[in-house]
Design a protein around this ligand. Structure first.
Ligand code: WT7
Length: 572
């Protein structure tokens, strides 16, 4: 599938003059010069993101512009430093320090960000959880990580099975009552009592900073472990991909429960000293355009599903908003349709720049740069310092236009350093010597642009959120009516893919629309809304291997009317 369609570079690139020249000469060490660690040898990403700017005289610059339907707040870098220092003291008072896991299960409010930074400041490892997670998803993550403390709200607390979590000693409630004898603390009370004089914990570059859980095709979600050194990539990609400059107003629409919401919703903007817009509440086209307009957003990082929903909302809400400040727009998480790129040009005269990376890669690896021509539908070219290739299963590099495994030469600063407590899973990514195997298939064209083709495994990407079919299947079979379940991703024009479940019922249960709805709600309320199947189909029997594994590949072929391939391992 070759295209000659090109969108010229527009004059929006400030920080990187020529991609080719930069790519040829760049060394990661260059970026370190921006950090105070370069001079002092003392490392902590929260210091570099916040405190450094206060020390260099930028303390009164706005760091965080917050709004949700009920609340608007502004905090300068000095104020964010103060709040996160105080939270560091709150954790220290509880005896929490280096290497311990502090999880944050919060709606997107400023307190989430103060807690996150404060956690890093005592050298602990932060684990942000998406606020839509239900009990099952929360339990899995807190059990696996053995978190010692959790920051949450009274509302969300009902989804935290704390009696089943022996490692969890302290629950800090934002907007809630203390009951210290039972390990419950009031965030407000502790923050009021905490001193703002604080000594940050200096760590090693290779010390843990962050765990994000993500799904594979088998097993429970895995804890992807990132270290402080990742900040180098966050800073440098913020500079060259987001093209951040000191007076920018930047908005990343992702929640910190997902890696985009930390790497590019916390680190990249603040490491670059830039004002970060944070908006709580649900998606609404009118409100999103107003968020851009009212804050005067200049750089905007979002995702294909959101762009498609905005496209679907038509031109009227765009006309109501002044988007004249907007100068640079980016996308990540799923394939960005050429049609959406064309719409962006027409609707607000901006090229939407696609970028590719994963939870495991910790930062952007392939993307379209402001100074580069865009080929709509392509993910772009490797970031300077990154060597990307298409390889076959034996590790041989394939020539242009041949599809294969998208692989990256190891290492780079933000590459995950562990899968928490799961060495075998970690090693699977590095099964070919010298390479990180992404699990995506792609090809490279003659001009060096990369084109995404799909996942190699069964992982589903619905609205940019990664869902493991196994997790959903496990939840489904907990329902009393479900004997067996197989889950696949079904192509969908708005969401990229939707989750479809094939279900064989237990004896005595009748197929009905009511039962479908009941099962759907069961997953939604037990796991998360985005993991609930939008379509359910009942079958008498599911295709299985003789060893009893559900053959998702066959389900997918049935669904899409494709040839089913080799069926020799299928039971009769
Ligand atoms: C998977 C990673 C880290 C960003 C948020 C998603 C898919 C990511 C693109 C893109 C096509 C993309 C891949 C990847 N993906 N970016 N530009 N075009 N697909 O992180 O949840 O770890 O998912 O998202 O399949 O492997 P994630």
């Amino acid at each position: 599938m070759k295209t000659t369609e090109l969108i010229e570079a527009m004059t929006t690139g400030h920080n990187m003059e020529s991609y080719e020249q930069t790519y040829a000469s760049f060394q990661w060490e260059e970026g370190e010069k921006a950090f105070s660690w370069y001079k002092t040898g003392k490392v902590n990403a929260a210091h570099e993101a916040i405190d450094r700017h206060v020390e260099s005289g930028r303390g009164e610059h706005p760091a965080l512009l917050y709004s949700d339907p009920d609340r608007t707040n502004q905090y300068t870098f000095r104020e964010v430093k103060e709040q996160s220092d105080k939270f560091g003291n709150v954790l220290r008072k509880l005896g929490i320090g280096k290497g311990e896991r502090v999880f944050i299960f919060m709606p997107r409010t400023p307190e989430l960000y103060f807690s996150f930074l404060g956690t890093l400041k005592v050298g602990a490892i932060a684990g942000p959880l998406f606020e839509a997670f239900m009990e099952g998803a929360v339990r899995d993550r807190l059990v696996d990580s053995e978190a010692i403390a959790l920051v949450t709200t009274p509302d969300l607390l009902s989804r935290v099975p704390h009696h089943e979590l022996p490692a969890l000693k302290h629950i800090i409630l934002v907007g809630g009552e203390a009951d210290e004898a039972h390990g419950f603390y009031s965030f407000e009370k502790e923050m009021d009592a905490a001193s703002s004089s604080f000594e940050i914990e200096w760590v090693d570059r290779e010390d843990g900073m962050l765990i994000h859980y993500t799904s594979g095709s088998t097993g429970k979600p895995k804890g992807v472990y990132h270290v402080h050194n990742a900040m180098l990539q966050h800073y440098q990609t913020g500079k060259w991909v987001l093209d951040l400059q000191s007076e920018d107003i930047y908005w990343c629409t992702a929640d910190p429960g997902w890696v985009t919401g930390t790497a590019y919703g916390i680190f990249a903007p603040w490491l670059n000293g830039v004002t970060n817009v944070i908006r709580g509440g649900r998606f609404s086209p009118e409100d999103w355009y107003q968020t851009l307009a009212k804050n005067g957003v200049t750089v905007w990082y979002s995702a294909p599903t959101a762009f498609r929903m905005l496209m679907g909302a038509g031109e009227e809400p765009i006309k109501q908003a002044d988007l004249s400040k907007l100068r640079h727009v980016l996308s990540v998480g799923e394939p960005l349709n050429p049609e959406v790129v064309r719409w962006g040009l027409k609707a607000f005269n901006q090229r939407i720049h696609d970028s590719w990376w994963m939870t495991e890669t910790g930062g952007i690896l392939i993307s379209n740069y402001p100074t580069m021509e865009i080929k709509p539908g392509s993910m772009g070219k490797p970031f300077p310092g990154i060597q990307a290739a298409i390889i076959d299963d034996e590790g041989r590099e394939l020539p242009p236009m041949q599809m294969g495994n998208l692989a990256i030469r190891t290492p780079w600063p933000s590459l995950m350093q562990k899968i928490w407590k799961n060495k075998a899973k970690y090693e699977e990514y590095f099964r070919v010597e010298g390479w990180y195997i992404s699990g995506d298939s792609a090809y490279r064209d003659e001009d060096g642009y990369f084109w995404f083709q799909g996942r190699i495994d069964d992982v589903i990407n619905t609205s940019g959120e990664r869902v493991g079919p196994f997790e959903v299947e496990s939840k489904l079979v907990e329902h009393p009516a479900v004997a067996e379940a197989g889950v696949i991703g079904k192509p969908d024009p708005m969401r990229g893919e939707i989750i479809k479940a094939f279900i064989a019922l237990r004896k005595g249960y009748e197929a009905s629309d009511e039962l479908k709805e009941e099962i759907r709600l069961f997953v939604k309320e037990g796991l998360a809304a985005h993991a609930a199947p939008r379509e359910i189909e009942f079958k008498d029997k599911l295709p299985k291997t003789r060893s009893g594994k559900i053959m998702r590949r066959v389900l997918k072929a049935w669904e899409l009317d494709l040839p089913t391939g080799d069926l020799s391992t299928m039971e009769d």
